[in-house]
Design a protein around this ligand. Structure first.
Ligand code: NDP
Ligand code: 2IT
Length: 448
């Protein structure tokens, strides 16, 4: 058996019941096959692959908190410190009932290569909890965040591990987490990113993942002699990534006709009204059905099992920005039948392996999340730089740097794919380019 196949079999055996983690590892290892085979003896002797698929440290902890009725609730807390070869662990905290160790490991593993692609000195990590902020009062969310940080604060710090937002963790949660860290550790430092602007946050971090996705998509289209102007775009999700992806796509001249949440989806032929969407999702924390109630041009479709939602809408560009495995083979077939030109992932691993393969074989330009959604974590790294030098840069300065980073990522993944004989395969390009830097740093640092 080849080294790549052996390591994948080992991952499946040693990490039972973690299908998302297996999926993420499989995608990366398949892409690396050509690189590994060229240096198989050296990598095997150093157990490089075994080390890269094994987290440096996994923290699992109890998070007890008291709800508004006086009842004690208990959630699971996680932080997986996956790889620190190129910098302190960096990655978000997900708060969603579906969170388990396998999900956090898949996200942490992806983060290693994504962070490497940014060109900035950040290692890979991820954390979170099965706590569901939906429907909770602000006090309940604060109680949870304080309890979560009371344990987590022992293991993180501005130079060791710097968490941030992800699904269910936005500005409110980051504020409560930061307050508790400062209170217990007595340190005013950049231990979290995505902070509010009044206490060390960076301008443009809120917009960064969505804007970055569009900067990369724009670079991709330009490289193929196209532009976003006049293109029809479908977006899934209605959270942080989706909202600012829609906004930037519109600024670049596209017509964005869909968005979705966990209960249903919107088709608005006149184009999504971002201000209305922000009011419903960021301020009222309400359901998308309210969008259609407020805007006559919009249709609301309740989510049903087996229904393919936004992917059935005819479009030129599709941007999945909600969650993992939200775009399956049937969705990919529907997109191709409707003539889709490019799919760029805003979420982490939103496209199944079968769907990815089908899109690529059908000639659709496909960019994986670890490249196209890296603008969020890249801007987090810019927030860390600003915190270290105790300065704040202007919106324009951060936004310009973000744009440069995304264009550079596109250039690098494109060049890596070409160099290894897979021109246009951006999955391979992203995995190879991300891996080579981490592997080089791991080799230089010896067996640790
Ligand atoms: P948010 O919590 O702000 O928004 C998530 C959106 O996706 C919401 O509209 C939510 O619906 C929907 N959603 C979440 N889970 C499900 C599900 N199981 N089924 C259907 N819909 C779902 O999260 P973000 O926008 O921050 O994150 C979206 C994706 O982008 C995730 O994959 C995340 O890992 C990734 N990402 C985020 C970055 C960031 O900086 N925030 C950076 C890079 C990647 P509802 O409104 O009903 O909750
Ligand atoms: O998936 C991601 O890259 C994020 N959720 C952002 C991580 C970060 O540290 O900003």
């Amino acid at each position: 058996m080849s080294y790549v196949d052996e390591v994948y079999a080992m991952v499946v055996e040693k990490n039972p019941a973690q299908p998302e983690f297996h999926q993420a590892v499989k995608e990366v290892l398949e892409s690396l096959r050509v690189v590994i085979e060229a240096h198989e003896d050296e990598y095997r002797k150093d157990a490089l692959l075994e080390r890269i698929v094994t987290p440096e440290r996994q923290l699992l902890f109890r998070v007890p908190w008291v709800d508004d009725k006086g009842q004690v609730q208990v959630n699971n807390g996680y932080r997986v410190q996956f790889n620190s070869a190129i910098g302190p662990y960096k990655g978000g905290l997900r708060l969603h009932p579906s969170v388990n160790l396998g999900i956090i490991k898949f996200l942490g593993f992806e983060q290693i290569f994504k962070n490497s692609l940014t060109g900035l000195p950040i290692g890979g990590g991820k954390g979170g909890s099965d706590f569901d902020p939906k429907g909770k009062s602000d006090r309940e969310v604060m109680a949870f965040c304080q309890s979560f940080m009371t344990e987590l604060c022992k293991y993180i710090g501005a130079d060791t591990d710097v968490p941030a937002g992800d699904i269910g963790t936005g500005a409110r949660e980051i504020g409560y987490l930061f307050g508790q860290y400062k209170r217990i550790r007595g340190l005013y430092e950049g231990v979290l990113t995505g902070k509010g602007l009044s206490y060390g946050g960076s301008l443009a971090r809120t917009e960064a993942t969505g804007y970055g996705l569009l900067y990369l998509t724009n670079a991709l289209l330009q490289d193929h002699g196209q532009s976003l102007s006049g293109k029809t775009v479908v977006v899934s999700g209605a959270g942080n990534v989706a909202i600012y992806a829609i906004q930037k796509a519109q600024q670049l001249g596209a017509n964005v006709v869909t968005c979705s949440d966990s209960t249903g989806w919107i088709y608005d032929k006149d184009g999504i009204d971002v201000e209305l969407l922000k009011e419903i999702k960021e301020v009222k924390r309400a359901r998308l059905s309210e969008y259609a109630a407020a805007k006559p041009s919009a249709e609301y479709h309740e989510k049903k099992n087996g229904e393919h939602g936004v992917w059935t809408v005819k479009c030129d560009v599709a941007l999945p920005c909600a969650t993992q495995n939200e775009l399956d083979l049937d969705d990919a077939k529907a997109l191709v039948a409707n003539g889709v030109y490019a799919v760029c992932e805003g979420a982490n691993m939103p496209t199944t392996l079968e769907a990815t393969e089908f899109l690529q074989k059908s000639g659709v330009l496909f960019v994986p999340g670890k490249a196209s959604n890296a603008g969020g974590v890249a801007t987090s790294a810019l927030e860390m730089s600003q915190n270290s030098e105790r300065l704040s840069w202007s919106f324009e300065e951060v936004d310009q740097k973000l744009k440069g980073i995304m264009e550079n990522i596109y250039k690098n993944i494109s060049a890596a794919a070409k160099e290894y004989g897979m021109e246009g395969n951006y999955v391979a390009g992203a995995n190879i380019a991300g891996f080579l830097k981490v592997a080089d740093a791991m080799k230089a640092q010896g067996i640790v």
